[in-house]
Design a binder for this molecule. Structure first.
Ligand code: HEM
Length: 157
C-alpha cells in the first residue's frame, strides 16, 4: 500500500490528538506499555531492560523512551504520508530500527499487539476527540511505519 489519499484532515487528527496526549506523556507511556503486556505478557522478555528487572514497571526509566518513540514516529509518519504519500524515515535510521527489532526477536504479531495497544491508549487519553476517522488515521500511519520497519527486519550485514 502506498498510503494514497492520506489527507490533511487525517494528518490534523493525528497531530492534534498527539499534541493533547503528550502533555501527560509519563502516564501515557506507562499505560501503553501495560496494555502491550496485558495482551502479550511474553513480550516483556524482548526488552533487555525489563527481562531481569526487579523494579516495578512504572519506575523503570527506560520504558518511556520506547513508548514515546512509537507515538512520535507514528505521528511523524502521518505528516510524511500526507506530504510525500509514503513513510520517509531516513534510510540509516530505518536500517537500524529493522536490525534492532530483528535482533530483539520482535515479530509481525508483536506489531499487531502494539497497534491495538496504541489505539486503545489514544482512545482512553482523548475520549472527547476520539472518532472512527481518528482511529483510521492513526492506524494507517502506524501500519505504513510498521511495514517500513518490518521490511528492514533481517540479519544485519
Ligand atoms: C527498540 C521504535 C515497535 C520492541 C526500539 C527503538 C526505537 C523503537 C526507536 C530504539 C532502538 C533503535 O533506534 O534502533 C519502535 C517503533 C515501533 C516499534 C517506531 C512501531 C511503530 C516495536 C514492537 C516491539 C518492539 C512491536 C515488540 C513488542 C523493541 C525492543 C527494542 C526496541 C525489544 C530494544 C529495546 C532494548 O532492549 O533496549 N524501538 N518500535 N518495538 N523495540 Fe521498538
Amino acid at each position: 500500500m502506498e498510503g494514497k489519499g492520506f489527507t490533511e484532515e487525517q494528518e490534523a487528527l493525528v497531530v492534534k490528538s498527539w499534541n493533547e496526549m503528550k502533555r501527560n506523556s509519563q502516564e501515557l507511556g506507562l499505560k501503553f506499555f501495560k496494555k502491550i503486556l496485558e495482551i502479550a505478557p511474553a513480550a516483556q522478555q524482548l526488552f533487555s531492560f525489563l527481562k531481569d528487572s526487579t523494579v516495578p514497571l512504572g519506575e523503570n526509566p527506560k520504558l518511556k523512551p520506547h513508548a514515546m518513540a512509537v507515538f512520535v514516529m507514528t505521528c511523524e509518519s502521518a505528516v510524511q504520508l500526507r506530504k510525500a504519500g509514503k513513510v520517509t524515515v531516513r534510510e540509516s535510521n530505518l536500517k537500524r530500527l529493522g536490525a534492532t527489532h530483528f535482533k530483539a526477536g520482535v515479530t509481525a504479531e508483536h506489531f499487531e499487539v502494539t497497534k491495538l495497544a496504541l489505539l486503545e491508549t489514544i482512545k482512553e487519553a482523548v475520549p472527547e476527540m476520539w472518532s472512527p476517522a481518528m482511529k483510521n488515521a492513526w492506524e494507517e500511519a502506524h501500519d505504513q511505519l510498521a511495514e517500513a520497519i518490518k521490511s528492514e527486519m533481517k540479519p544485519s550485514d
